[in-house]
Design a protein around this ligand. Structure first.
Ligand code: GLA
Length: 428
Protein backbone atom coordinates (compact mmCIF):
# COMPACT_ATOMS: atom_id res chain seq x y z
CA UNK A 1 0.00 0.00 0.00
CA UNK A 2 1.33 3.45 -0.84
CA UNK A 3 2.31 5.30 2.32
CA UNK A 4 -0.15 8.13 1.72
CA UNK A 5 -3.00 5.64 1.39
CA UNK A 6 -1.85 3.88 4.54
CA UNK A 7 -1.95 7.21 6.34
CA UNK A 8 -5.42 8.01 5.01
CA UNK A 9 -6.74 4.60 6.00
CA UNK A 10 -5.23 4.95 9.48
CA UNK A 11 -7.11 8.20 9.68
CA UNK A 12 -10.29 6.33 8.81
CA UNK A 13 -10.83 7.64 5.28
CA UNK A 14 -11.61 5.51 2.29
CA UNK A 15 -9.04 5.77 -0.42
CA UNK A 16 -8.90 4.66 -4.04
CA UNK A 17 -7.42 1.21 -4.75
CA UNK A 18 -3.66 1.26 -5.07
CA UNK A 19 -2.26 1.67 -8.56
CA UNK A 20 0.33 -0.68 -10.08
CA UNK A 21 2.99 1.75 -8.89
CA UNK A 22 1.73 1.36 -5.35
CA UNK A 23 2.48 -2.35 -5.18
CA UNK A 24 6.13 -2.07 -6.19
CA UNK A 25 8.40 -3.50 -3.51
CA UNK A 26 11.05 -0.90 -4.33
CA UNK A 27 11.85 1.95 -2.02
CA UNK A 28 11.37 4.38 -4.90
CA UNK A 29 7.94 4.85 -6.31
CA UNK A 30 7.39 4.51 -10.02
CA UNK A 31 5.43 7.75 -10.10
CA UNK A 32 7.82 10.66 -10.74
CA UNK A 33 6.31 12.94 -8.13
CA UNK A 34 4.14 12.88 -5.08
CA UNK A 35 0.63 13.97 -5.97
CA UNK A 36 -0.03 17.42 -4.50
CA UNK A 37 -3.83 17.09 -4.36
CA UNK A 38 -3.58 13.75 -2.57
CA UNK A 39 -1.17 15.27 -0.08
CA UNK A 40 -3.48 18.24 0.52
CA UNK A 41 -6.40 15.84 1.13
CA UNK A 42 -4.29 13.78 3.53
CA UNK A 43 -3.30 17.00 5.33
CA UNK A 44 -6.94 17.97 5.83
CA UNK A 45 -7.71 14.49 7.15
CA UNK A 46 -4.72 14.55 9.48
CA UNK A 47 -5.48 18.01 10.91
CA UNK A 48 -9.22 17.73 11.42
CA UNK A 49 -10.53 19.69 8.48
CA UNK A 50 -7.77 22.30 8.25
CA UNK A 51 -6.83 23.13 4.64
CA UNK A 52 -3.15 23.69 3.82
CA UNK A 53 -2.06 27.10 2.52
CA UNK A 54 -0.22 25.28 -0.25
CA UNK A 55 2.08 22.39 -1.20
CA UNK A 56 5.78 22.87 -1.92
CA UNK A 57 8.33 20.43 -3.23
CA UNK A 58 12.12 20.25 -3.04
CA UNK A 59 14.18 17.65 -4.92
CA UNK A 60 17.09 15.44 -3.94
CA UNK A 61 20.24 15.54 -6.07
CA UNK A 62 23.05 13.56 -7.55
CA UNK A 63 26.40 15.20 -7.96
CA UNK A 64 27.91 14.73 -11.39
CA UNK A 65 31.35 15.88 -10.28
CA UNK A 66 33.11 17.55 -7.33
CA UNK A 67 32.89 15.43 -4.18
CA UNK A 68 34.04 16.78 -0.81
CA UNK A 69 35.05 19.96 -2.58
CA UNK A 70 32.24 22.18 -1.28
CA UNK A 71 33.57 22.64 2.26
CA UNK A 72 37.04 23.15 0.74
CA UNK A 73 35.55 26.21 -0.99
CA UNK A 74 35.87 24.51 -4.37
CA UNK A 75 33.57 23.67 -7.29
CA UNK A 76 30.66 21.23 -7.61
CA UNK A 77 28.31 20.15 -10.40
CA UNK A 78 25.07 18.63 -9.05
CA UNK A 79 21.72 18.16 -10.74
CA UNK A 80 18.27 17.96 -9.16
CA UNK A 81 16.46 14.62 -9.25
CA UNK A 82 12.81 14.03 -10.12
CA UNK A 83 12.41 12.60 -6.59
CA UNK A 84 12.16 14.71 -3.50
CA UNK A 85 10.14 15.85 -0.49
CA UNK A 86 6.73 17.55 -0.65
CA UNK A 87 5.43 19.67 2.22
CA UNK A 88 1.82 20.71 2.74
CA UNK A 89 1.72 23.54 5.28
CA UNK A 90 -0.83 25.74 7.01
CA UNK A 91 0.32 28.75 8.96
CA UNK A 92 -1.15 29.14 12.46
CA UNK A 93 -0.84 31.76 15.18
CA UNK A 94 -0.84 29.48 18.22
CA UNK A 95 2.96 29.33 18.61
CA UNK A 96 3.04 25.56 17.98
CA UNK A 97 4.53 23.62 15.07
CA UNK A 98 3.24 20.11 14.46
CA UNK A 99 4.77 18.03 11.70
CA UNK A 100 3.72 14.61 10.46
CA UNK A 101 5.16 12.45 7.73
CA UNK A 102 3.40 10.08 5.37
CA UNK A 103 6.40 7.76 5.80
CA UNK A 104 6.04 7.76 9.61
CA UNK A 105 2.34 7.26 10.29
CA UNK A 106 1.49 7.63 13.96
CA UNK A 107 4.39 9.96 14.75
CA UNK A 108 3.89 13.67 15.40
CA UNK A 109 6.75 16.08 15.95
CA UNK A 110 5.66 19.00 18.12
CA UNK A 111 7.61 22.04 19.25
CA UNK A 112 7.33 25.73 20.06
CA UNK A 113 9.59 27.62 17.64
CA UNK A 114 10.49 30.25 20.26
CA UNK A 115 11.72 27.55 22.66
CA UNK A 116 14.08 25.84 20.23
CA UNK A 117 17.69 25.79 21.39
CA UNK A 118 21.06 24.25 20.67
CA UNK A 119 22.82 22.51 23.55
CA UNK A 120 26.48 23.29 24.36
CA UNK A 121 27.55 20.06 22.61
CA UNK A 122 26.06 21.37 19.36
CA UNK A 123 22.76 19.45 19.19
CA UNK A 124 19.33 20.94 18.64
CA UNK A 125 16.56 20.39 21.18
CA UNK A 126 14.53 18.24 18.74
CA UNK A 127 15.97 14.94 17.44
CA UNK A 128 15.16 12.35 14.77
CA UNK A 129 13.59 13.44 11.47
CA UNK A 130 11.90 16.32 13.30
CA UNK A 131 15.34 17.91 13.75
CA UNK A 132 15.41 18.86 10.06
CA UNK A 133 12.05 20.61 10.36
CA UNK A 134 12.80 22.22 13.73
CA UNK A 135 16.27 23.22 12.49
CA UNK A 136 14.68 25.29 9.74
CA UNK A 137 12.44 27.13 12.23
CA UNK A 138 15.43 27.62 14.53
CA UNK A 139 17.62 28.98 11.71
CA UNK A 140 14.84 31.32 10.57
CA UNK A 141 14.50 32.74 14.07
CA UNK A 142 18.27 33.06 14.48
CA UNK A 143 18.23 35.12 11.27
CA UNK A 144 15.55 37.42 12.70
CA UNK A 145 12.47 35.91 11.05
CA UNK A 146 9.30 34.62 12.78
CA UNK A 147 9.93 36.86 15.78
CA UNK A 148 7.43 36.68 18.62
CA UNK A 149 5.91 33.64 20.31
CA UNK A 150 2.80 33.21 18.14
CA UNK A 151 4.26 31.89 14.84
CA UNK A 152 3.11 28.31 14.37
CA UNK A 153 2.33 25.83 11.60
CA UNK A 154 0.98 22.40 10.74
CA UNK A 155 2.92 20.34 8.23
CA UNK A 156 2.46 17.07 6.42
CA UNK A 157 5.51 15.75 4.60
CA UNK A 158 5.77 13.13 1.90
CA UNK A 159 8.86 11.81 0.18
CA UNK A 160 9.76 9.56 -2.72
CA UNK A 161 13.47 9.73 -1.98
CA UNK A 162 15.16 6.91 -0.11
CA UNK A 163 16.81 7.97 3.16
CA UNK A 164 20.53 7.22 3.56
CA UNK A 165 21.08 6.69 -0.18
CA UNK A 166 23.32 9.80 -0.50
CA UNK A 167 20.69 11.54 -2.63
CA UNK A 168 20.20 14.45 -0.20
CA UNK A 169 16.95 13.47 1.44
CA UNK A 170 17.86 15.69 4.40
CA UNK A 171 18.47 18.76 2.25
CA UNK A 172 15.22 18.07 0.38
CA UNK A 173 13.35 17.93 3.70
CA UNK A 174 14.95 21.16 4.91
CA UNK A 175 14.39 22.99 1.64
CA UNK A 176 10.75 21.88 1.24
CA UNK A 177 10.04 23.03 4.80
CA UNK A 178 11.90 26.29 4.33
CA UNK A 179 10.25 27.20 1.03
CA UNK A 180 6.82 26.41 2.48
CA UNK A 181 7.45 28.65 5.52
CA UNK A 182 8.96 31.47 3.46
CA UNK A 183 5.95 31.49 1.14
CA UNK A 184 3.21 30.92 3.71
CA UNK A 185 4.59 33.57 6.10
CA UNK A 186 5.39 35.98 3.27
CA UNK A 187 9.05 36.37 4.28
CA UNK A 188 9.86 38.89 1.58
CA UNK A 189 13.61 39.12 2.39
CA UNK A 190 14.07 35.45 1.58
CA UNK A 191 11.49 34.82 -1.13
CA UNK A 192 13.23 34.89 -4.50
CA UNK A 193 16.67 34.67 -2.87
CA UNK A 194 17.68 31.00 -3.17
CA UNK A 195 21.27 31.82 -2.17
CA UNK A 196 20.14 33.17 1.20
CA UNK A 197 17.71 30.28 1.59
CA UNK A 198 20.45 27.72 0.87
CA UNK A 199 22.64 29.31 3.56
CA UNK A 200 19.80 29.17 6.03
CA UNK A 201 18.96 25.53 5.28
CA UNK A 202 22.64 24.65 5.63
CA UNK A 203 22.70 26.41 8.99
CA UNK A 204 19.83 24.17 10.12
CA UNK A 205 21.81 21.09 9.04
CA UNK A 206 25.17 22.18 10.48
CA UNK A 207 24.18 23.90 13.71
CA UNK A 208 20.88 22.26 14.70
CA UNK A 209 21.07 18.73 13.23
CA UNK A 210 24.83 18.67 13.82
CA UNK A 211 26.03 17.42 10.42
CA UNK A 212 29.14 19.37 9.32
CA UNK A 213 28.24 19.46 5.61
CA UNK A 214 29.03 22.00 2.92
CA UNK A 215 26.60 24.10 0.89
CA UNK A 216 26.16 21.81 -2.13
CA UNK A 217 23.01 19.85 -1.30
CA UNK A 218 20.85 22.77 -0.20
CA UNK A 219 22.07 24.83 -3.19
CA UNK A 220 21.25 21.99 -5.57
CA UNK A 221 17.78 21.51 -4.13
CA UNK A 222 16.95 25.23 -4.31
CA UNK A 223 18.91 26.44 -7.35
CA UNK A 224 18.97 23.68 -10.00
CA UNK A 225 16.87 23.92 -13.14
CA UNK A 226 15.39 21.22 -15.37
CA UNK A 227 17.65 19.86 -18.11
CA UNK A 228 20.77 21.35 -16.54
CA UNK A 229 23.55 20.59 -14.12
CA UNK A 230 24.38 23.42 -11.72
CA UNK A 231 28.00 24.60 -11.75
CA UNK A 232 28.55 26.15 -8.34
CA UNK A 233 31.55 27.95 -6.95
CA UNK A 234 31.21 27.22 -3.24
CA UNK A 235 33.42 30.17 -2.25
CA UNK A 236 31.67 32.96 -4.15
CA UNK A 237 28.32 31.08 -4.21
CA UNK A 238 28.07 32.12 -7.85
CA UNK A 239 26.34 29.50 -9.99
CA UNK A 240 25.72 28.77 -13.64
CA UNK A 241 23.43 26.37 -15.47
CA UNK A 242 25.15 23.89 -17.75
CA UNK A 243 22.91 22.06 -20.26
CA UNK A 244 22.98 18.28 -19.84
CA UNK A 245 22.13 16.91 -23.28
CA UNK A 246 21.64 13.26 -22.33
CA UNK A 247 18.90 12.58 -24.91
CA UNK A 248 20.89 14.17 -27.71
CA UNK A 249 23.71 11.68 -27.11
CA UNK A 250 21.41 8.74 -26.48
CA UNK A 251 22.83 8.47 -22.98
CA UNK A 252 21.14 7.74 -19.68
CA UNK A 253 22.20 8.65 -16.15
CA UNK A 254 21.66 5.54 -14.07
CA UNK A 255 21.47 5.88 -10.29
CA UNK A 256 22.48 2.71 -8.45
CA UNK A 257 21.46 2.71 -4.80
CA UNK A 258 23.68 0.12 -3.10
CA UNK A 259 21.32 0.20 -0.08
CA UNK A 260 24.33 0.52 2.18
CA UNK A 261 23.20 3.31 4.46
CA UNK A 262 25.43 6.30 4.96
CA UNK A 263 25.11 8.89 7.74
CA UNK A 264 26.71 12.30 7.96
CA UNK A 265 25.75 13.53 11.39
CA UNK A 266 27.27 10.95 13.75
CA UNK A 267 30.20 12.45 15.58
CA UNK A 268 33.25 10.46 14.63
CA UNK A 269 31.65 9.78 11.24
CA UNK A 270 33.97 9.35 8.28
CA UNK A 271 32.52 12.51 6.77
CA UNK A 272 33.46 14.64 9.78
CA UNK A 273 36.91 13.02 9.87
CA UNK A 274 37.56 13.87 6.20
CA UNK A 275 36.51 17.42 6.77
CA UNK A 276 38.86 17.75 9.75
CA UNK A 277 41.75 16.26 7.73
CA UNK A 278 41.19 18.75 4.92
CA UNK A 279 41.19 21.65 7.36
CA UNK A 280 44.38 20.37 8.99
CA UNK A 281 46.09 20.01 5.61
CA UNK A 282 45.05 23.55 4.63
CA UNK A 283 46.52 24.90 7.88
CA UNK A 284 49.80 23.03 7.31
CA UNK A 285 49.97 24.32 3.74
CA UNK A 286 49.25 27.89 4.85
CA UNK A 287 46.16 28.33 2.65
CA UNK A 288 42.68 29.45 3.62
CA UNK A 289 41.16 26.34 2.02
CA UNK A 290 42.41 23.47 -0.17
CA UNK A 291 40.85 25.25 -3.13
CA UNK A 292 43.81 27.64 -2.92
CA UNK A 293 46.49 24.99 -3.52
CA UNK A 294 48.01 25.95 -6.85
CA UNK A 295 51.22 23.93 -6.87
CA UNK A 296 49.96 20.42 -6.17
CA UNK A 297 53.31 18.60 -6.54
CA UNK A 298 54.92 21.16 -4.21
CA UNK A 299 52.12 20.79 -1.67
CA UNK A 300 52.39 17.00 -1.74
CA UNK A 301 56.17 17.20 -1.23
CA UNK A 302 55.76 19.43 1.79
CA UNK A 303 53.24 17.19 3.60
CA UNK A 304 54.80 14.38 5.61
CA UNK A 305 51.58 12.50 6.46
CA UNK A 306 50.64 10.16 3.56
CA UNK A 307 46.98 10.29 4.63
CA UNK A 308 46.87 14.07 4.28
CA UNK A 309 48.71 13.84 0.95
CA UNK A 310 45.94 11.58 -0.37
CA UNK A 311 43.22 13.93 0.87
CA UNK A 312 44.86 16.97 -0.75
CA UNK A 313 45.48 15.14 -4.00
CA UNK A 314 41.82 14.15 -4.23
CA UNK A 315 40.39 17.59 -3.47
CA UNK A 316 42.70 19.50 -5.80
CA UNK A 317 42.35 17.08 -8.73
CA UNK A 318 38.60 16.79 -8.14
CA UNK A 319 38.22 20.55 -8.56
CA UNK A 320 40.10 20.23 -11.88
CA UNK A 321 37.73 17.41 -12.84
CA UNK A 322 34.74 19.69 -12.28
CA UNK A 323 36.25 22.23 -14.66
CA UNK A 324 37.05 19.47 -17.15
CA UNK A 325 33.49 18.14 -16.97
CA UNK A 326 32.01 21.59 -17.52
CA UNK A 327 34.34 22.09 -20.50
CA UNK A 328 33.28 18.77 -22.03
CA UNK A 329 29.59 19.52 -21.51
CA UNK A 330 29.84 23.00 -22.96
CA UNK A 331 31.74 21.79 -26.01
CA UNK A 332 29.24 19.02 -26.78
CA UNK A 333 31.40 16.12 -25.57
CA UNK A 334 29.10 14.58 -22.98
CA UNK A 335 30.17 10.95 -23.70
CA UNK A 336 33.76 11.87 -22.73
CA UNK A 337 32.54 12.82 -19.27
CA UNK A 338 32.38 9.08 -18.58
CA UNK A 339 36.14 8.79 -18.22
CA UNK A 340 36.23 11.70 -15.83
CA UNK A 341 33.56 10.03 -13.72
CA UNK A 342 35.62 6.87 -13.40
CA UNK A 343 38.81 8.83 -12.64
CA UNK A 344 36.90 10.62 -9.89
CA UNK A 345 35.75 7.31 -8.43
CA UNK A 346 39.29 5.95 -8.30
CA UNK A 347 40.43 9.11 -6.54
CA UNK A 348 37.67 8.72 -3.95
CA UNK A 349 38.45 5.05 -3.51
CA UNK A 350 42.23 5.34 -3.24
CA UNK A 351 43.09 8.89 -2.16
CA UNK A 352 40.11 10.11 -0.19
CA UNK A 353 39.11 6.61 1.00
CA UNK A 354 35.35 7.16 1.15
CA UNK A 355 34.15 4.31 -1.05
CA UNK A 356 33.09 0.84 0.07
CA UNK A 357 33.08 -2.63 -1.60
CA UNK A 358 29.47 -2.24 -2.78
CA UNK A 359 30.13 1.11 -4.47
CA UNK A 360 33.34 -0.22 -6.06
CA UNK A 361 31.51 -3.29 -7.34
CA UNK A 362 28.69 -1.16 -8.79
CA UNK A 363 31.19 1.05 -10.61
CA UNK A 364 33.33 -1.84 -11.90
CA UNK A 365 30.37 -3.93 -13.07
CA UNK A 366 28.68 -0.93 -14.74
CA UNK A 367 31.85 -0.08 -16.67
CA UNK A 368 32.46 -3.71 -17.60
CA UNK A 369 28.93 -3.88 -19.07
CA UNK A 370 29.39 -0.84 -21.28
CA UNK A 371 28.82 2.27 -19.17
CA UNK A 372 30.95 5.20 -20.41
CA UNK A 373 31.98 5.73 -16.81
CA UNK A 374 30.70 5.64 -13.24
CA UNK A 375 31.41 6.99 -9.78
CA UNK A 376 30.02 7.07 -6.29
CA UNK A 377 28.09 10.25 -5.57
CA UNK A 378 27.57 12.23 -2.35
CA UNK A 379 29.30 11.89 0.99
CA UNK A 380 30.47 8.27 0.57
CA UNK A 381 30.73 5.24 2.91
CA UNK A 382 27.64 3.79 1.23
CA UNK A 383 24.76 5.31 -0.67
CA UNK A 384 24.56 5.55 -4.44
CA UNK A 385 26.72 5.44 -7.55
CA UNK A 386 25.90 7.04 -10.89
CA UNK A 387 26.76 5.62 -14.30
CA UNK A 388 26.66 7.27 -17.72
CA UNK A 389 25.20 4.58 -19.93
CA UNK A 390 24.38 4.37 -23.67
CA UNK A 391 20.66 3.74 -23.93
CA UNK A 392 21.10 0.36 -25.61
CA UNK A 393 23.39 -0.83 -22.78
CA UNK A 394 21.06 0.05 -19.94
CA UNK A 395 19.57 -3.43 -19.50
CA UNK A 396 23.03 -5.06 -19.63
CA UNK A 397 24.45 -2.67 -17.07
CA UNK A 398 21.58 -3.24 -14.65
CA UNK A 399 21.77 -7.01 -15.06
CA UNK A 400 25.55 -7.13 -14.62
CA UNK A 401 25.54 -4.95 -11.52
CA UNK A 402 22.66 -6.92 -9.98
CA UNK A 403 24.45 -10.22 -10.74
CA UNK A 404 27.69 -8.99 -9.19
CA UNK A 405 25.82 -8.08 -6.00
CA UNK A 406 24.01 -11.39 -5.81
CA UNK A 407 27.27 -13.29 -6.37
CA UNK A 408 28.79 -11.51 -3.41
CA UNK A 409 25.80 -12.35 -1.25
CA UNK A 410 24.56 -8.73 -1.05
CA UNK A 411 21.02 -7.47 -1.43
CA UNK A 412 20.31 -6.36 -4.99
CA UNK A 413 20.78 -2.64 -5.50
CA UNK A 414 17.95 -0.42 -6.71
CA UNK A 415 18.18 1.25 -10.08
CA UNK A 416 16.61 4.43 -11.31
CA UNK A 417 17.18 6.43 -14.48
CA UNK A 418 17.56 10.09 -13.54
CA UNK A 419 16.86 13.21 -15.53
CA UNK A 420 17.86 16.71 -14.50
CA UNK A 421 14.73 18.07 -12.81
CA UNK A 422 13.54 21.43 -11.55
CA UNK A 423 14.70 22.85 -8.20
CA UNK A 424 12.37 23.58 -5.28
CA UNK A 425 9.02 25.16 -6.18
CA UNK A 426 5.40 25.53 -5.15
CA UNK A 427 3.22 22.79 -6.63
CA UNK A 428 -0.22 23.77 -5.35
C1 GLA B 1 27.29 15.42 1.45
C2 GLA B 1 27.30 16.84 2.00
C3 GLA B 1 27.74 17.84 0.95
C4 GLA B 1 29.04 17.40 0.28
C5 GLA B 1 28.95 15.94 -0.16
C6 GLA B 1 30.25 15.42 -0.69
O1 GLA B 1 26.29 15.29 0.49
O2 GLA B 1 26.03 17.20 2.47
O3 GLA B 1 27.88 19.11 1.53
O4 GLA B 1 30.14 17.64 1.09
O5 GLA B 1 28.54 15.09 0.89
O6 GLA B 1 30.59 16.07 -1.86
Amino acid sequence: MRPIRRLLSMLGRRSAPPSAAATTPQRWRVSPSVDADELAAAFTAAYEGLAPDGVWRAPGRVNLMGEHTDYNEGLVLPLALPWGVSAALARTDDGVVEARSVQRPGETVRFHPHELAVTPDGRGSVGGWGAYVAGVFWALREAGHLAGPSAGARLLLDSDLPVGAALSSSAALECATLLAVVDAFGLADLAGDPVAMARLARRAENDFVGAPTGIMDQSASLRCSAGHAFFLDCRSEGGREIPLALEEHDLRLLVIDTRVQHALAASGSGYAARRAECERAARLLGVAALRDVEDLPGALRSLRDPVLRGRVQHVVTEIHRVNATVGLLRSGHLPEVGRVLTASHLSMRDQFEISCPELDTAVEAACAAGARGARMTGGGFGGSAIALVPRDRLADVRARVAKAFVEKGWREPEFRVAVAAQGAHRVR
